[in-house]
Write a protein that binds this ligand. Sequence first.
Ligand code: NAD
Length: 301
Amino acid sequence: AAYGQKQKEYLEKQGFQVVLNDTGKPFTPEVFAKHSRDAAGIIVGVDQMDAAFLEKCSHLEAVVKFGVGTDNIDLNVCEERKIQVGRCIGTNTNAVAEFTIGLLFSSARQIATNAQAVKEGSWAKPTGVELYGKKLGIIGFGAIGKAVAQRAVGLGMQASVYDLYQIPKTDLDQYQVQQEDLNTLLKTSDFITIHVPYTETTAQLIDKAAFDKMKDSCILVNTSRGGIVDEQALYQALKVNSITAAASDVFLEEPPILEGWRKDLFQLPNFTPTAHIASRSQEAEMNTVQRATELIVEYLE
Ligand code: NAD
C-alpha cells in the first residue's frame, strides 16, 4: 500500500519494531505467518487469522482490524488467550456508502457494462431505470446502512431497513426510513443493498428462497461480505432474469476462482463484480491507518 510510512515512523519513535507491507500486494499466507510469529501486535486486513495461524503467534497481545469486519479472525481463540481485538469503526463508512450508491447507479443504467461494450467497439444504447422515487431496501442498519440511507433519501428514494434490533423512533425519523421485516423488504423493494456482518445468522441470508421473493425488476448490491449471498442462487436468478441485475464487491473466495457456473456468473452482462474495493478511498485509507495505529499503541502500552 502507498500509505503507512508516517505511522511506521511514529511507531518506531515509540520504540516498536515495525514490519510494514508496502509492496502494494497482500502478503502470501507464508510471508504473513513468518512476520507474525514474533509479533506482539498485528494490524490486519482480510488475511486469515484462524486458530491454526494464531497458535503459531505465541507472543501476540493485540490485533487491530484494518476495517470493521472481523470474520477473518478467530475471536474465540483471541478471547481465550486474552488477545485484545480492535476495529476501526467508522473510518471507511463514507467510502463504502458512496461506492454502494455508485453500484446502484451503475447497475440501474448499465454504466459499467456499456463502458466495456463501447471500449470493444459497440455503440449499444441500453435503457435503464432511475433511482429517483424508487424503494431501496437496506439490510443492516449500522454505520454503513445509515450512511447509505442518508444518501438514498437525498436522491429521492424511499428507504426501508431490516435489522435485528428495534430501531429507535428518533433514528427512524432522523434518517427518514421505516423498519420492515425481511420478507416484506425482499418482496417490495426495487433495489436492495446489504450491510450486515458475516456471521452464522447472515451466512446465505440471501438464498434461492430470498431471490424468489424479489421483484423481477429488483437490483441487488452487496458490499458487505461474500457468503451472505448464495452465489450459485444469484447466478440462477440473474440468468433467468428473476431479478434484473446485481453488483457485488465481495465474494466467498477472494479472488474468486472462475470455473464452472462461477465463470458463467462473471460473464453475465447484468452482473457487475468489483475486487473488494468499496473501502478504498484515499480518505478512508488515511483515516483507517491512523486509527489502527492509535489502537495498536493503546493496546500494547
Ligand atoms: P455495523 O456493525 O455498524 O452494522 C452492522 C449492522 O448489521 C448492525 O446494525 C447489526 O445489528 C446488523 N445485523 C447483524 N446481524 C444481523 C442479522 N442477522 N440480520 C439483520 N441485521 C443484522 O457495521 P458497518 O460498519 O455498517 O459494516 C457492515 C459490514 O460491511 C461489515 O461487517 C463488513 O463486513 C462490511 N464492510 C465491507 C467493506 C468493503 O470493503 N466491501 C468495507 C467495510 C465494511
